[in-house]
Structure formats: C-alpha cells, structure tokens
Design a protein. Sequence first.
Length: 144
Amino acid sequence: MFNNTVISIIKKKFEAEGNPAKIPLLSGHKSFEAKLSKKGIFVSNLGSSPLLPWQVFVETVRLLQEKGGRAEKGNAMNYKLGESGLPIDSVEGNIALKVYGKQIGESVFRRITPVTCILIWAEICQHEPNFLVIKENIVIEEKE
C-alpha cells in the first residue's frame, strides 16, 4: 500500500489553488470543477457519480510505477473491460477492476478524463497521446 504522498500532493495543490478548483481539460480550452472532500474529490463532469475516491488516484500512481512510469489510458466508451481497447493494465481498466470491482467483460463507467486531468493539474503526471506518464521528479514511496 502506498503512503499518503499522492493524496498529500493533491491536497497541497488544492490549498494553493482553492477549493473548489477549476481543473483544465487536456485541450486547455475548457475546464471542470473539482471539490476536495474527506472521501476523495467530487467533480462536475461525472453526472450522477461525481465522487472519485482517494483510492482511484493512489491505485493509478501504483499502476504507473508498476509499469515503469507509463500506462495506456484505456477507452471505456467503445470497449468492455479486458478487451483490446480497455485492458486491465490500462488506467481506466485498472481503476474499474481494483477500485470499483468490475469483472472482465463488463461495461465500465468512463472516469479517465477527470482522473487524468487532476493528476496532471497536481503535477504528478503528464499526458502523452493515449498514455498517462508519471513525472520523473515524483517519488511515491511504498510502505509495508
């Protein structure tokens, strides 16, 4: 289990920017609102399921580190969990499997946009086309 470094970095960014915060989309032209809570982050662009629990962010960073710092984002719009466009080792697939308990072959609710944008906004990750990449200067320690 990772320590609270990921959560601490995100919380510090909210302290610096304000709560709620405007999180830019990858295009840079639009944004969504994110509000810090004890349970995680509530976002304005996920309709009736606005909460992203802290485990989503911790699990995403754990996956990135496990995969050498870089993972495919995954496409929940056009694929089911485990299919070629939504492998279980993609960010979206891993979240669905590990955090939300989805099974191989199930449809997955798309959360990749706010997860990716928050991690980039918090300066933990950077974007590459179809991939999320952990920044080289970020050190997330593991604790036993």
